[in-house]
Design a protein around this ligand. Structure first.
Ligand code: UDP
Length: 314
């Protein structure tokens, strides 16, 4: 048996829970760490019966000492929706600095490979469109999004410094907007907000004029990309963009959600939060060339599955 022991931090979160499930299906032993701030045991309780799965409530801001050898670490632990990561901005910075150092230290100790879940937010309000990995970004270092954006940037810096100084085996993926089942209906992100509002026939809240764009990737596609990156050739550290290049304005998304659900919701406009990026679309050439990865689920099918999941909260 050469199945691996894999640590997934943030494993009870939206993306983390899908990743744990997929790793178990591949026969890996999974240790899931989560402080349950935005993650939820609801997302992982279906995995509890699997003898290869273990959940430990733990915040990566505190060191973690594994009682067995760890082969791979997926570091996903960090609140990811703007209201969640701004709720306690200092903790968000800590997760991305102290937490990142703790996980890199663990990877070094175990001689494990570590994959860091970075983000399209490292590009900030981008002046290059679509965004390639070589673009250095346009980021405010002292705004309300900075705890996340700059936190994720320094987390990448730490990965590369541990790689250069301590030969830690690192992989970095930059995740663009992702949606699907297991999203927290209350987390304040656009897809979850719009679907919940539409299902309740409430007003759909567009922040700003709705002309800002995002590109939405279905979670099943994303976790396949994350897994391929973790198991890619030694010499390829990334960073690599993972996202769906299909770009929509937020107004287009609102109309699509209304159409798919068939509700009577009206669109209302509210203030745009500061530093809200105007455009975002991944260039995924590198992911395709290095990993053979591209998304396959289009927005209509992805929304249908996601809406089905959200109905149970109504
Ligand atoms: N947004 C919106 N209405 C909402 C929630 C979000 O118009 O109820 C907008 C938000 O201002 C941003 C986009 O949708 O322009 C995506 O927001 P989200 O919080 O999902 O993620 P972001 O990409 O900004 O981190």
């Amino acid at each position: 048996m050469n199945n691996k022991t894999v640590l997934v931090t943030g494993g009870a979160g939206f993306i983390g829970s899908h990743l744990c499930k997929m790793l178990l299906e591949k026969g890996e032993r999974v240790i899931c760490l989560d402080n349950l701030f935005t993650g939820s045991e609801e997302n992982i309780k279906v995995l509890y019966d699997n003898p290869n799965f273990r959940f430990i409530k733990h915040d990566i801001i505190n060191p973690f000492f594994a009682s067995e050898h760890i082969d791979q670490v997926y570091n996903l632990a960090c609140p990811a929706s703007p209201p969640a990561y701004q709720f306690n901005a200092i903790r968000t910075v800590k997760a991305n600095t102290v937490g990142m150092i703790n996980m890199l230290g663990l990877a070094k100790l175990h001689n494990a490979r570590i994959l860091q879940a970075s983000t399209s937010e490292v590009y900030g309000d981008p002046l290059q469109h679509p965004q390639t990995e070589s673009y250095w970004g346009n980021v405010n270092c002292n705004g309300i999004r900075s705890c996340y954006d700059e936190g994720k940037r320094v987390a990448e810096t730490l990965c590369f410094d541990y790689h250069r100084q301590n030969k830690v085996d690192i992989k970095i993926v930059r995740i663009f907007n992702t949606y699907g089942p297991n999203m927290d209906p209350q987390d304040g992100r656009v897809v979850s907000n719009f679907i919940m509002q539409a299902l309740k026939n409430e007003d759909i809240t567009i922040y700003g004029d709705g002309n800002q764009t995002r590109s939405f990737c279905y979670v099943d596609d994303l976790v396949k990309g994350i897994y391929l990156m973790m198991n890619s050739k030694d010499e390829f550290c990334g960073p690599v963009n993972l996202g769906n290049p299909g770009e929509f304005t937020i107004l287009e998304l609102a109309k699509k959600v209304i159409e798919v659900i068939g509700c009577d919701s009206k669109i209302v406009y509210q203030d745009l939060p500061s530093d809200d990026p105007k455009v975002r679309k991944p260039d995924i050439t590198l992911a395709y060339n290095k990993l053979g990865w591209k998304p396959s689920v289009d927005i209509d099918n992805g929304l249908i599955n996601t809406i089905k999941y959200f109905r149970k909260f109504i």
